[in-house]
Ligand binder design. Structure first.
Ligand SMILES: [Zn+2]
Length: 442
């Protein structure tokens, strides 16, 4: 092992640990807030009572502790894998498996598929204790888990198989394009991934999502009428309104619209609809008007073209990533650093090392800015709902959803800036208030 190769591994590990310690610091700041803040904010007094506030705190503390342990496990594992050069070991094993299937080791694309399957299965198994704990202990304890063991097993196997069915062909073609090389291979690679992403986004709502959840059209009635009126008022190309049985999976609630080109569908989680729980003797979900407030927000995302803006950003980023890959992936040291013998430089390994490891600092900084941008989009969508005269409905829907989801309302500033793709409930309510006041002035 040469000094330079060790240095590469050390730098990769150093960055992972710096990021881990930074996130640990943020979690501890937030944990302190959970533990020391005992007063319900004025804006939320109508939504939370002492009991639900306390429940949200305990839920927050439990989630926080779980996250701290899970992240430690993950960084420790990454360190062991890199230190012991297990990536090479996995590649070597994949060659052996391929050989037993009569695939020669120099058929790189096929060996890469075996390798990816191996890595995916390894991650699946190694993360399973945490997945199980999160769903059947943590969420269960706070009354959110609705999955039975049977549903869980089927669901996990389905998503595992589906992720392989989707990623293996895409990766194979990407490797093929890189192997062909040429001056322009970065551009071809970029065009290919762009087309593949757009196809996936287009078929997701009608082909992939129904594999996992049951979608039923929203029955005729006042809610449906209200949604259709709202859509036609804005010229929103609405094709169908569906209810998805999110409650089989979890009691958390949501709504979204999908469809990239042409007609779009609106999807409501069944947990969003108002329902009386006989057992707990509480009403959950929102009234029809509040749901319209939520949809006015969703239509705000459409009206402000947030999806297209995000896609453009993703594409620019991909082009930058692939350019960096094109410049770096020929350095043999990247491969020998991971334990590969000189001369053996599989493309899939180059992709992993450059895109995930060497560029990890860039990815983290970018994610910080895109999270901030997403919060800006959320405010814009809220403002749109206010401009459609839904401030009261949206506000009370947000309060009810916050209560149903046991969202703890107070967050540390840094923690929020790093993690939250949505502004906190308090910020949104404050923004709705100022926005409403501005509208009245105009
Ligand atoms: Zn939104």
């Amino acid at each position: 092992m040469k000094f330079d190769e060790d240095l590469i591994v050390l730098l990769i590990l150093l960055f992972s640990w710096v990021e881990y310690l930074w996130e640990l610091y943020l979690s501890l700041r937030q944990l302190k807030i959970y533990k020391t803040n005992n007063t319900i904010p004025e804006d939320l007094k109508e939504m939370l009572n002492e009991e639900s506030f306390k429940k949200a705190r305990v839920y927050g503390i439990d989630k926080s502790r779980f996250k701290i342990i899970k992240e430690f496990y993950s960084i420790a594992l990454t360190s062991v894998i890199l230190y012991n050069r297990w990536i090479y070991v996995a590649w070597h094993k994949s060659e052996n498996i391929a050989a037993s299937l009569n695939i020669s080791p120099d058929r790189e694309i096929l060996v890469s598929c075996v390798f990816m399957t191996f890595v995916t299965l390894f991650n699946f198994v190694i993360n399973m204790p945490f997945t199980l704990y999160s769903i059947f202990v943590l969420e269960q304890k706070h009354g959110f888990n609705k999955q039975t063991a049977g549903f869980f097993i089927k669901d996990q196997i389905k998503s595992l198989v589906l992720s392989l069915v989707i990623t293996l062909p895409i990766i194979s073609i990407a490797i093929y394009i890189i192997m062909l090389g040429g001056n322009m291979f970065v551009v071809w690679l970029w065009l290919f991934t762009t087309v593949a992403t757009l196809i996936l986004l287009t078929i997701y709502p009608s082909v992939i999502a129904p594999l996992f959840d049951k979608f039923v059209p929203l029955p005729d009635g006042s809610l449906r009428k209200g949604i259709e009126n709202l859509a036609s008022r804005l010229n929103f190309p609405l094709s169908q309104v569906y209810i998805v049985e999110g409650s089989k999976r979890s009691a958390h609630s949501n709504a979204y619209f999908s469809g990239l080109f042409g007609a779009k569908r609106i999807v409501l989680f069944d947990t969003l609809l108002e329902k009386y729980d006989e057992e707990k003797r509480v009403t959950t979900g929102c009234t029809d008007n509040e749901i319209l407030g939520v949809l006015a927000h969703e239509l705000g995302h459409w009206s402000c073209s947030h999806i297209y803006k995000s896609i453009v950003l993703t594409e620019v980023n991909l082009l930058l990533l692939f350019t960096a890959f094109g410049l770096l992936f020929k350095y043999s040291m990247l491969y020998t650093a991971l334990g590969f013998p000189a001369g053996q430089e599989p493309i899939i390994i180059g992709l992993i090392v450059v895109l995930q490891m060497i560029l990890a600092p860039y990815n983290s900084i970018l994610s910080f800015f895109t999270t901030a941008l997403s919060r800006k989009f959320e405010f814009e969508a809220d403002n749109f709902a206010v401009s459609l005269s839904y401030p009261r409905e949206l506000r009370s829907a947000l309060l009810k959803l916050g209560k149903d989801n046991l969202d703890y309302p107070i967050y540390d500033k840094l923690y929020s800036a790093w993690y939250h793709s949505h502004p906190t409930l308090l910020h949104r309510i404050e923004n709705i208030r100022t926005q409403t006041a501005n509208e009245k002035k105009e």
